[in-house]
Design a protein around this ligand. Sequence first.
Ligand code: NAD
Length: 501
Amino acid sequence: MAQYETHTPAQLPERIRHYIDGEFVDSADGATFDVLNPVTNETYIQASAGKTADIDRAVAVAQRTFREGTWSQSLPRQRSKVLHRIADLVESRGDRLAELESFDTGLPITQALGQARRAAENFRFFADLIVAQADDTYKVPGRQINYVNRKPIGVAGLITPWNTPFMLESWKLGPALATGNSVVLKPAEFTPLSAGLWAGIFEEAGLPRGVFNLVNGIGEEAGDALVKHPEVPLISFTGESSTGQLIFANSAPHLKGLSMELGGKSPAIVFADADLEAAVNATIFGVFSLNGERCTAGSRILVERSVYDEFVERYAAQAERVKVGLPHEPETEVGALVHPEHFDKVMSYVEKGKSEGRLVAGGRRPEGYETGNFIAPTVFADVAPEASIFQEEIFGPVVAITAFDTEAEALELANNTKYGLAAYVWTNDLKRSHNFAQAVEAGMVWLNSNNVRDLRTPFGGVKASGLGHEGGYRSIDFYTDQQAVHINLGEVHNPVFGKAD
Ligand code: NAD
């Protein structure tokens, strides 16, 4: 039994169900799975466990609505209006959303609120972009005009992880719907609670029935059926690199369009000339916010040797002060990890780290939290590059710090993992910062900054961190076909075969 007073949101649904063709429904075979409260690890609700039959049904509905054209052929302005209404509704329900999200994921409530605001912003951004969108026309004087006819593709399969569920769903739903596709969403099984809110929001905003469909379930069942469905031509996936590899292989027979946002082990590189105070604050936030369950976490910190000891000392002291607490309490900075399986995985790295590095903070449960998925912010210094805690994604409040002597060595260390999602560089040397940014193997780089996103820029990773980039017009490109239409203006130019004598 849990030892704490947990906060359970009022008016939870009786069961988490699929949403297909505008109705909440159970699985065809009635199967369900347990959903746990991350603070107590007790089952708090059952969710419908979708399988092939449920995916087939959802895809058929999505396909029907796509062909009917009420949404897919509507004017961009019409779709934009609906998307703006969705953003307004998400914003107006921000508190409820954050409450459910924090309860289901264990994320601190203040950070869940931030995610709700970002979810609204994602819709607003694509609502604006879709009406500003212009496509290319090319003129060959006297001969041809060629233009791009952009079309939605059909049924988009959206598969999302548990770390910031509602926000990451919005990241895919926004552009997929803005461009006129119908969708089937398969949210992560650890955290299915908030996804159900989309149904009411979309209905109220005026999205035609059956354009959005939601099937809950286990990845290897519902997710797998969606990936293997022949009538789903594109899959947008966010999750682990190993799952991405499997989805890539399973999509191959159908040659599906794939967008993959995968894992990371992003470096934060601190040079001696950096503003150390800002660098410490940012790198603390960079790995301990969202419980460390953050794809772009700066989970490896590389520090120039002349400031290394000072940095480690300040960093460890500050990490010890980070407030671990119950997710619903406003002063909590690190809450409970999402699930006991994930807790065990993170703890196994904490144990390994004790022989791979020098433990300078955390490394245990925080005092007073003897049950549930709580881990004290954990810092290892002097970590060698071949250590598992330097190489592997832990996805929890655990960071590895390593010293370097030269810029060349810093670059080599930064690039020395299979991942390439983000990098953070701290230096006041202008030339060095740009040269380093250009050489580092990362899809996204921040110079003297934490992860602050501009929604117009490309989002995605290189190496094992992803395939393709979304963000801004790149998302529009992913969710549309760009057909080239060629118009002859002059004489018909072609050799005549079989000419009459
Ligand atoms: P996961 O790969 O275990 O699961 C992600 C989703 O895929 C879930 O909905 C799951 O049910 C589904 N799934 C699992 N197996 C499947 C299969 N065989 N076929 C189809 N679907 C399947 O990932 P997770 O543990 O939920 O999330 C954490 C991971 O996500 C971390 O590696 C993190 O870095 C990554 N992530 C990346 C980004 C990014 O933008 N790059 C953002 C957030 C999280």
